[in-house]
Design a protein around this ligand. Structure first.
Ligand SMILES: *Cc1c(COP(=O)(O)O)cnc(C)c1O
Length: 449
């Protein structure tokens, strides 16, 4: 994209000026459609979510065998929700705004096996690939067999002749690497420059080949894809284009219906649900949103959250240029404390689908990621990794911004806000080693909202 093209885009959409200045913004998506109409325009439906959900259920006996910590949920990889009223009280006082409704946290930081939201999409894709190979080569006769067979040495030995490759800022590699190695695959992970040292160490220790790049995420993916494509026995988990990753994430949103009912949270036309999701390339917030929309229809309102330095989904949707432009075109980029969200170019697949689903999005400066991380620990005793805290301030951003207020009015939500539930999706944190955790907390305590 030339400077002239960028200037034209900014002329059309003045909010881009603020984005270019590295300022925090809240953006309302005017192209959103009713959930049913939006779904009809995609290639996907509830049936695809059910198919993915059933595949995960078939694998549950294997998961339970391989990871005994999943036995409470019988091999289903799921996380709890909990209310964070102390944190809400702090935000209300500090930001001078008593936000109506209650604030909850979805604890994907506690997901078993890999402790981040990636455990949903990435593990699903690895399992699906394993199932496909096993069916093709006669290790499974059909999908009615007992999938505990995947824990056998015979199947592991077979998979050791195949490679799985992925490009990542860190967490996708952890999920693909952990499940890939458990099944016996040879795994290669291409790490971008922001990947944390402990993530590389972790992967090396479980026998993953780690290739370190001194370039950004998009370039690491490119390298990984090229190397994998050259090898017929290698399978590439493609964060930029994978439908299976997307479908794996949708199951998490879809399952919320049952979970909120059990938690006593009412969601209907008088009780709106607002969900705030940290966004990197868009696969996890997009997939979860698609699932939520199939579960709750128009009673759920989904917003994505990005770092001011890497608002790739926001610029992609605002300009409707999707993956045709990157944050570098706006002079942004560079390092951010939210390493899991450090993606300069959004997913073309996901952003195009989400244009009619997301209610909007907002951006956060690094200092605010740090302040939220520190305060959540003080208020609730919960430690999250920086990327994962982005959703916690979403309700306040919605209420305190002009675009947020106009969203509430347009959707006739004003009188219903007192009965609203706000849910911040916490996307990771439990795997951060104690030393790194202490360093984060020590640094973060100097920042405020
Ligand atoms: C990857 C990641 C996200 C964002 O998911 P995308 O699919 O890249 O949008 C959010 N939080 C954490 C902790 C992550 O690792």
């Amino acid at each position: 994209m030339t400077d002239k093209d960028v200037s034209k885009l900014i002329e059309k959409t003045p909010l881009l000026n603020k984005i270019k200045q590295n300022e925090e913004v809240f953006w309302k998506n005017t192209m959103r459609m009713p959930a049913e109409e939006a779904t009809a325009e995609t290639d996907y439906s509830k049936d695809d979510i059910r198919d993915a959900k059933e595949r995960l259920e078939r694998f549950a006996p294997f998961i339970e065998l391989a990871y005994p910590e999943t036995s409470d949920l019988k091999g289903i990889i799921e996380s709890p929700v909990s209310e964070i009223s102390e944190m809400k009280k702090y935000l209300d006082e500090t930001l001078n705004e008593e936000v109506p409704g209650r604030l909850w946290l979805k604890r994907d930081d506690l997901l078993p096996i890999s402790g981040t939201i990636k455990a949903r999409g990435a593990i699903y894709e690895v399992l699906k690939h394993a199932e496909t190979l096993a069916l093709e080569h006669g290790y499974l006769k059909d999908t009615n067999e007992d999938y505990a067979v995947f824990a056998s040495d015979r199947v592991k030995k077979f998979f050791s002749g195949f490679n799985i490759t992925v490009g990542t800022t860190g967490n996708l590699g952890i999920s693909v690497g952990t499940m890939g190695r458990q099944l016996g695959f040879d795994v290669t992970v291409h790490m971008s420059v922001e990947a944390k040292g402990w993530k590389k160490e972790y992967l090396k220790n479980i026998g993953v080949e780690v290739i370190e790049h001194d370039t950004d995420f998009s370039k690491a993916v490119e390298k990984g894809r090229a190397q994998s494509d050259a090898d017929p026995k290698s399978y590439f988990v493609d964060d930029e284009h994978s439908v299976d990753l997307f479908l794996g994430y949708t199951v998490g949103g879809f399952r919320m219906k049952e979970q909120v009912e059990k938690a006593g949270i009412k969601v209907d036309s008088d009780h709106p649900l607002f969900v705030y999701l940290p966004c990197g390339i868009g696969g996890s917030p997009g997939g979860v949103t698609f699932g939520l929309k199939q579960a709750f229809g128009d009673n759920v309102h989904c917003f994505f959250a990005e770092p001011t330095k890497m608002p790739s989904m926001m610029i992609g949707l605002m300009t409707q240029q999707y993956d045709a432009l990157s944050v570098f075109d706006f002079g942004l980029g560079g390092s951010t404390v939210a390493d899991g969200l450090a993606v300069p170019r959004t997913s073309g697949l996901v952003s195009k689908i989400m244009q009619t689903f997301f209610s909007g999005g907002y951006t956060l400066k690094d200092e605010h990621f740090k302040a939220l991380l520190s305060q959540l620990y003080t208020s609730e005793g919960i430690f999250l990794e920086p990327a994962a805290v982005a959703g916690i301030i979403g309700a306040h951003r919605l209420i305190q911004s002009k675009d947020g207020q106009s969203y509430i009015e347009e959707n006739k939500l004003k009188d219903k806000m007192k009965q609203a539930t706000h849910l911040a999706w916490a996307t990771g944190g439990s795997m951060v080693p104690a030393k790194d955790r202490e360093a984060f907390l020590f640094d973060a305590k100097n920042y405020s909202l």
